[in-house]
Design a protein around this ligand. Structure first.
Ligand code: SME
Length: 146
């Protein structure tokens, strides 16, 4: 069971009064990665031009630098503006494998003023590591922060 209330409180307190999106992304990825079990890669991909994501602050091994909206789980999230839960990455057609150890992932949209500014990608080395409890808690953290 992941302790979302505690990490949410820490993130809210660290980001209080901060307007800079990159500063908040760096803080959120650090806190989630270092606090919650089974989070083996945590990072943001930012919308930098129409239909294009570029790597933002992250924790873990290096990720690919550029992802078009047409590709991968991150692209599907950006295209649909909805959270994507992938219990088994091998079963997701078009999954972009940045690390061979990744077995499941969740990707959430990040909105600021109603506009999609980024996606938050969290990868796990275990299959089926994310469910709707994770989705709800993470969506809440992002809503409060941005
Ligand atoms: N797996 C993602 C790409 C990003 S890396 O996992 C860091 C995807 O399919 O969009």
């Amino acid at each position: 069971m992941r302790d979302y209330p505690t990490v949410a409180k820490t993130i809210a307190s660290l980001c209080a009064g901060e307007a800079d999106a990159i500063a908040k992304m760096a803080t959120i990825s650090c806190e989630l990665y270092n606090t919650l079990d089974g989070f083996d890669w945590v990072g943001f991909y930012r919308v930098v031009e129409p239909e294009l994501l570029k790597i933002g602050p992250y924790q873990g091994g290096h990720g690919c630098l550029v992802i078009p909206f047409s590709r991968g789980v991150c692209g599907a999230c950006a295209r649909t503006k909805t959270t994507q839960i992938v219990p088994d990455v091998d079963a997701f057609d078009g999954h972009i494998a940045c690390s061979t150890s990744t077995k499941s992932e969740i990707v959430l949209p990040v909105f600021q003023g109603g506009e999609l500014i980024a996606v938050l990608d969290i990868d796990s080395d275990m299959k089926d590591s994310f469910d709707t409890n994770d989705q709800r808690a993470l969506e809440r953290i992002l809503e409060d922060a941005f």
